[in-house]
Design a protein around this ligand. Structure first.
Ligand code: UDP
Length: 233
């Protein structure tokens, strides 16, 4: 275990216990704007691993299968090797970020229904938006796989919206990744303040990676706040 196979922007993927597993190590690096903005935030790995582990564990208890097998240490998780579907699913409850900019909708506007968007997972292409018929047309996913990913994403949204609400946090939007494993579609990657927009329910203070993207400061204090609140739910 522990030979590096691939180093990404926020995680390192290593060999696992056997052919069917991988070890994922969270990194302290923070990146934004497709890698243009970078920084080291010592302690981010531990915080994101801890937050993601709480969330994946909660989702597992509610019937969502993921790649997580076992937490190895404070920054490493043993996962099932999955064939990652190269589509990122963005789920939105409240307008923010690129959605607000693209459609001219004020940040913070509550959406009439959950909006689902798809992007191709490709740094080279800059994660372009893609629609459902385009995804199946170019073979990124089969129609039934896409339907399954959408169904799971909506269920995950309902579960996480309720979890964060209990923690006094609004789940504004988030990104999910899925993979094929043993004939099933399973949730992969991480769910953390790096991949979600999380606002304090009362003050709407940003408790996520926008603090880094927008130079708002106290990035890790916000992540620590999210972890502390989830631990007390
Ligand atoms: N997101 C992500 N990785 C990406 C793109 C988006 O984790 O490569 C998350 C992002 O943190 C936010 C949500 O998906 O919670 C929606 O992001 P948006 O499309 O608004 O893009 P951004 O404003 O982050 O460029």
């Amino acid at each position: 275990m522990d030979d590096v196979l691939y180093e990404g922007k926020s995680k390192i993927v290593c060999t696992g216990r056997d052919e069917s597993t991988l070890l994922i190590r969270f990194k302290d690096s923070a990146t934004a704007f497709n890698g243009e903005k970078k920084a080291e935030l010592p302690g981010k790995a531990q915080l994101n691993a801890a937050i993601s582990n709480i969330i994946f564990n909660y989702l597992a208890q509610h019937g969502i299968q993921s790649h997580v097998i076992e937490v190895i240490d404070k920054t490493s998780v043993l996962v099932k090797k999955a064939d990652i579907i190269m589509v990122e699913i963005i789920v939105r409850n409240i307008a923010a970020g690129s959605f607000s900019k693209k459609f001219g909708i004020a940040e913070g506007t509550v959406l009439h229904n959950t909006a689902i968007e798809f992007c191709i997972k490709s740094d080279d292409l800059g994660d372009p938006m893609i629609n459902e018929s385009q995804i199946t047309a170019i073979g990124l996913a089969q129609p039934q796989e896409l339907a399954e990913m959408i169904q799971q994403s909506l269920k995950i949204n309902d579960l996480l919206y309720a979890l964060f609400a209990k923690a006094g946090i609004k789940l504004v939007d988030f990104k999910l990744e899925f993979g094929r494993c043993g004939g099933q579609i399973i949730l992969c990657d991480e769910i953390s303040p790096d991949s979600c927009r999380l606002w304090d329910s009362e003050t709407e203070k940003k408790l996520d990676k926008d603090r880094f993207r927008l130079d708002l400061g106290n990035v890790l204090d916000a992540y620590r706040e999210v972890l502390g609140r989830l631990q007390n739910v």
